[in-house]
Design a protein around this ligand. Structure first.
Ligand SMILES: C[S@@+](CC[C@H](N)C(=O)[O-])C[C@H]1O[C@@H](n2cnc3c(N)ncnc32)[C@H](O)[C@@H]1O
Length: 356
């Protein structure tokens, strides 16, 4: 037994345990508006924070002490707590692309899923996205929507779509567009608002996500966006689409091959498929060095692998199962002949333009 290694590992495990506890406390701070109550107000007493947030001072004080212990809030002595400008951006600015408070959204509900996951390990059958949302309790749709909304609203149309040659002109002229696995529909609604001449369609398998898609379209007042349940029929395989997008969902599919074939048949001969899917290096050795390896593998066990194995014979790629060469082969099996990785820098995802 190597005592040094034992000590290092026990520190690592304690760090993981503390991380889980701190996550819960960040969730509380976000949920109860505590970070927002402190944002931009300089040093405050716990009484001032409590009064600003409309909460009981004694509990707020203890929460502030914890925040100071972690270093998210700075303790300045004399009972004064300060949320720095930097912490404010990360924890209190909802629409800022750098904001991280949204990662903690619905944490208790998502954590509760852990009680169901042992069944997957025993049976080999994963929990589908639709089952995850059973009873509307897991909050994954809301979590993903809050997590990704700023990116869709501030980056997709502005920086990603122009990377596909001629696409913006096509969308301005009027094209038929599909987003498969569209989640809460934010991408569809954002594109529909930006390109009123085009006709947008989203396909989803999770009923609660579809409800949210329709709410988002109504709230935005768009009339050129329609949402469909894949179980009522998938993409029409009639060559009528000019552009199909899949955001972070090819690896989630039980049969990505069926998806690729359906997309191939749905596109016209000049059409394009934009794939946004997690970056994988192809070997475990290299994947372990990815900056988001821990997040990715955890998300895989708890979500993406679950989805990909939720039917008998499911491909079960998991988050890191489709590195660029495997993705290219997948598209070629469906009939596509052009595959290009886009030069877009993203912490988690790779971008591909695929054409017939
Ligand atoms: C990681 S989420 C991404 C959602 C959305 N594209 C976004 O970026 O917010 C994957 C989505 O794929 C959907 N999905 C999984 N299998 C599907 C299938 N066979 N057909 C359509 N959607 C599917 C899930 O319900 C889930 O909403």
């Amino acid at each position: 037994m190597n005592q040094k290694k034992l000590g290092e590992l026990s520190k690592k495990i304690m760090g993981a345990y503390e991380g889980a506890l701190v996550s819960g406390m960040v969730y509380l701070g976000d949920e109860m508006g505590l970070y927002r109550a402190m944002d931009g107000r300089g040093p405050m007493t716990s009484g001032e924070v409590a009064s600003q947030a409309g909460l009981h001072e004694r509990f707020v004080h203890e929460w502030l002490c914890l925040q100071a212990a972690v270093g998210l809030v700075e303790y300045e002595g004399d009972g004064m707590f300060h949320l720095s400008a930097e912490a404010g951006v990360l924890l209190a600015h909802e629409d800022d692309l750098r904001s991280m408070a949204r990662w903690f959204d619905n944490l208790p509900q998502r954590t509760a899923l852990l009680s169901e996951i042992p069944r997957s390990f025993k049976t080999g059958v994963g929990i589908s996205w639709a089952d995850t949302e059973r009873g509307g309790t897991s909050g994954r749709v809301q979590w993903m929507e809050r997590l990704l909304r700023p990116w869709y609203e501030q980056v997709l149309v502005q920086s990603v779509l122009p990377e596909l040659d001629g696409l913006i002109d096509d969308l301005n002229d009027g094209a038929r567009v599909a987003d498969v696995g569209c989640g809460s529909g934010v991408a569809v609604v954002t594109m529909a608002e930006a390109f009123p001449q085009s006709d947008f369609h989203g396909w989803e398998i999770a009923p609660l996500a579809l409800d949210r898609c329709r709410e988002n379209a109504i709230q935005a007042g768009v009339t050129n966006a329609t949402f469909h349940d894949v179980r009522d029929g998938g993409l029409p395989e009639d060559g009528s689409f000019s552009f199909v997008a899949t955001f972070d969902c090819v690896h989630d599919m039980t049969s990505p091959d069926d998806l690729a074939t359906a997309i191939y048949k749905s596109l016209n001969s000049e059409g394009r498929w934009l794939i946004v899917d997690p970056t994988s290096k192809g070997s475990l050795e290299e994947n372990l060095k990815l900056p988001l390896a821990v997040f990715g593998y955890a998300a895989s066990v708890a979500g993406c692998l679950q989805s990909g194995m939720s039917e008998s014979g499911g491909a079960g790629h998991g988050v890191f199962g489709l590195p660029a060469p495997a993705m290219q082969q997948l598209t070629e099996r469906a009939g596509f002949s052009q595959f290009r990785q886009l030069d877009i820098d993203h912490a988690m995802n790779s971008y591909y333009e695929v054409r017939p």
